[in-house]
Design a protein around this ligand. Structure first.
Ligand code: NDP
Length: 345
């Protein structure tokens, strides 16, 4: 009942954002629109914080580039990634989130309210900022790779590995992610080729040992991917070139990229603490960054789990952290005003 009451009042209770010259002022600004951003928006909107969200370059985030999502709880039959993100968005809008198309291109977090520039033009000032800009998987940049994205080419073995059950697949990369993805796929697939451009792995020794001990993983050393092969049904193989110039083909139906991720945090690097890759540091167990009132959630601050469900969970935390922060600020401002009044009397 309470929910409907709140929704009936939504229009009255949610004033439009105040405009101050060219600069728009909002209470809560969310940048990024994957599971973390939308979940933060749902919680913030339901807390009457009137969130404004800028969706970024890829509305819906990384899930919009996958097909079936079968590991998100609540969908026993699975769901298409883009459809799922549409539903997240509808739910955020249903409670009053102002979802806008636009990319955050600059930020000034030196003073509150924090300023974010959208599409190099518009400036938005926020009392609290939630960063949910995600991370982008790195791709090799081959035309053939692009052509078969979602048709055998994937950058997430945990998301898509199951579709290749009993089949032969390849993983590109020699780091911990590649080792982890290869080991995961080895438990599902018939054979896993690990394609690495050098003659030694970058992965930690424990991961290397596990890879070498797994019978159905074969490391293809000193090999670079020249082309992803396929037909109208998807990937059928990979053409590789050894460092000595020799070319050879392997037959696979899945081609998994594991050559690293890049968190989308560049515009915040002058203000926020990050690790050397650019993942934003947050206080353990929370979404607080080193700047008060700026919160980070989802893959932009998580190099470990990087799952839709963990991103959504951290988006929820970011909204709750922002709500508590704003209430504390309001309380402090009211107390200050009271003190000033008392001094005047
Ligand atoms: P890394 O940067 O560690 O490894 C990337 C791998 O991809 C390297 O082997 C690199 O080759 C290769 N590579 C990069 N670009 C290309 C390219 N254009 N063509 C072919 N190969 C390429 O990234 P990860 O994602 O593996 O790991 C990131 C961080 O996260 C690391 O610190 C890692 O330890 C950590 N991590 C830890 C895990 C765990 O502890 N369980 C699991 C996953 C990640 P080269 O070696 O020649 O440079």
């Amino acid at each position: 009942m309470a929910l409907f009451k709140k929704m009936d009042n939504l229009e009255e209770e949610q004033p439009t954002d105040s405009l101050n010259g060219d600069v728009e002022h909002v209470k809560v600004l969310i940048v990024g629109s994957g599971p973390a951003g939308y979940t933060a928006a749902i919680y913030a909107a339901r807390a009457n914080l009137n969130p404004v969200m800028y969706e970024g370059m890829e509305p819906g985030g990384q899930l919009t580039t996958t097909t079936d999502v079968e590991n998100y709880p609540g969908y026993p039959e699975g769901i298409q990634g883009p459809g799922m993100m549409e539903d997240f968005k509808k739910q955020a809008e249903r409670f009053g989130t102002d979802v806008r198309f636009g990319l955050a291109t600059a930020a000034d977090l030196s003073k509150r309210p924090y300023t974010v520039t959208i599409d190099d033009k518009k400036k938005v000032q926020a009392d609290a900022l939630i960063i949910a800009t995600g991370a982008s998987a790195k791709y090799l940049g081959l035309e053939s790779e692009d052509k078969f994205k979602g048709m055998g080419v994937s950058a997430c073995a945990t998301c898509d590995g199951f579709f290749y059950k009993g089949q032969d697949v390849a993983v590109v990369g020699g780091g911990d992610t590649a080792a982890e993805e290869a080991l995961y796929l080895a438990g599902i697939c018939n054979k896993v080729y690990m394609i690495h451009r050098r003659d030694e792995l970058r992965a930690s020794s424990i991961m290397q040992e596990r890879v070498f001990k797994t019978d159905n993983i074969e490391v293809l050393w000193s090999s670079k991917t020249k082309e992803v092969l396929g037909d109208e049904d998807g990937v059928t193989g990979v053409r590789l070139k050894k460092n000595n110039g020799e070319e050879y083909d392997i037959s696979v139906s899945g081609f998994f990229l594991a050559i690293g991720h890049k968190p989308n945090s560049d515009i915040f690097k002058d203000y926020l603490d990050m690790d050397e890759t650019g993942y934003i540091n947050t206080d353990p167990g929370s979404t607080h960054t080193n700047v008060e009132g700026v919160f980070a959630c989802g893959d932009v601050q998580d190099s470990t789990y990087r799952q839709a469900v963990t991103a959504a969970g951290s988006g929820c935390k970011a909204a709750l952290d922002a709500e508590r922060y704003l209430s504390r600020k309001e309380f402090e401002a009211a107390r200050e005003a009271e003190k000033e009044n008392a001094q005047k009397e």
